[in-house]
Design a protein around this ligand. Structure first.
Ligand code: PLP
Length: 394
């Protein structure tokens, strides 16, 4: 049976509306989940370990720890990096709330640094200046699915003795110099929210080559309890110890079965995302005032998002008008992101102000995310570009 027959992309509320992202669930995914539901073991069972092992080997990391969101993955990473009250963590502001939120959960202060205007990735040349004796970690965000400059980031982190945490929630399957995201930083955090590369409904993963950190994160996701279910059943013992404060961040077997099934399709989906990006790029050449973000050399982009920048000096319309015209045409454009440091929580608690990060601010005013998901067809891309041409009428 062709797998698209029952794909959930056929059950959109309005069949002509093109969202900016859309998940894909096929019959084999449903069968994998049903098998777990019939198995009698719904959580913290064999599917968790199978998914972790498959994921670690897919991204070429030694260990993978499954948790129940990308946000929990970031929180667990902060925990094992030793981030605590009074510490500082360097983060970009051009990111989703969770990147900075995880720093705040840990009682630490996010120190926002500016990005490179061409690709919206953290700019290594601003990091040194942001580091103080309180800094514990650097978080890089592989914005839109493009890996950051990890050679530069690793060099800075090791020079200052800091942990490098990759927020890789956009970049599953991406590579830098032939090396897979998931093996580029000390700790690499992924999300399986439906809008990401693959889904478990909600879910997340951290990969690392450090066995002690992996073990510590397994405790963190389970209330800080030291024995896992194997040890408990093997020794038939009631004994366990709470060693650190942990949380319930466990991912269910139901979700891990879906994750295992989805993971197999990543190569196929990535190839499609890349061909959609190529088609966009070739079409946008003829659209003055609209340019895709640049892609660094030696990078294999994962295209979680397809982001364009509007040249406001060249267009006779503003970003808001373009956004509204696109939405009216049934195209779910979006803006990723309102910079975190501009939100009231951060302004009030950390005294950030709009002038802090000029490149982030300038980019924020010009970006627009166009629809990008593997089940889009070439005609959908054409429809987006045609609508954009009309919306940008100069
Ligand atoms: C999605 C996302 C997260 C959070 O993931 P959840 O699974 O939704 O908790 C964190 N950082 C970035 C950059 C994301 O896009």
């Amino acid at each position: 049976m062709p797998e698209t027959l029952v794909s959930s992309n056929h059950v959109a509320p309005d069949a002509t509306y093109l969202p900016y992202g859309r998940h894909c669930v096929d019959e084999d995914d449903i069968a994998a989940v049903s098998a777990v539901l019939r198995s009698g073991w719904l959580t913290t069972g064999p599917a968790v370990e199978s998914f972790e092992n498959a994921f670690a080997s897919f991204v070429n990391a030694k260990h993978a720890v499954a948790v129940n969101s990308g946000t929990a993955a970031l929180h667990a990473a902060m925990h094992v990096a030793g981030v605590g009250v009074g510490d500082e963590v360097v983060v970009p502001s051009m990111t989703f709330a969770a990147t900075a939120g995880a720093v705040v959960y840990s009682g630490a202060t996010p120190v926002f640094v500016d990005i490179n205007g061409a690709d919206l990735l953290i700019d290594p040349k601003h990091i040194d200046r942001a580091i103080t004796e309180k800094t514990r970690a650097i978080v890089s965000v592989d914005y839109a699915g493009q890996p950051c400059d990890y050679d530069a980031l690793r060099a800075i982190a090791s020079r200052h003795g800091l942990t490098l945490i990759a927020d890789a929630c956009h970049s599953l399957g991406a590579k830098e110099n032939g090396r897979l995201v998931g093996s580029l930083a000390d700790l690499n955090c992924f999300s399986f929210h439906p809008v990401k590369q693959m889904t478990t409904g909600e879910g997340g993963m951290i990969t690392t080559d450090d066995p002690a950190m992996a073990e510590k994160m397994r405790r963190f996701r389970n209330h800080g309890i030291s024995a896992d279910h194997h040890q408990r059943t093997d020794s038939a013992s009631w004994f366990y110890e709470i060693t650190d404060l942990g949380y319930n961040y466990r991912l269910t077997d139901i979700q891990c079965a879906l994750g295992l099934s989805q993971l197999k399709k990543i190569p196929k989906w990535l190839a499609r995302r890349r061909s959609i990006a190529e088609l966009y790029a070739s079409e946008l050449v003829a659209l003055p005032g609209v340019s895709p973000l640049s892609v660094r050399p030696d990078v294999d982009h994962a295209y979680h998002l397809y982001v364009v920048e509007l040249d406001l000096d060249r267009l006779s319309v503003g970003r808001r008008e373009v956004f509204e015209a696109m939405r009216k045409a049934g195209i779910g454009v979006n803006v990723h992101y309102i910079p975190v440091h501009l939100h009231p929580l951060y302004r009030e608690r950390f005294s950030t102000v709009p002038g802090d990060l000029p490149v982030t601010q300038r980019s924020y005013e010009r970006i627009l995310s166009l629809p990008m998901f593997p089940t889009m067809c070439d005609a959908d891309v054409q429809r987006v570009v045609d609508a954009l041409r009309k919306a940008c009428k100069t």
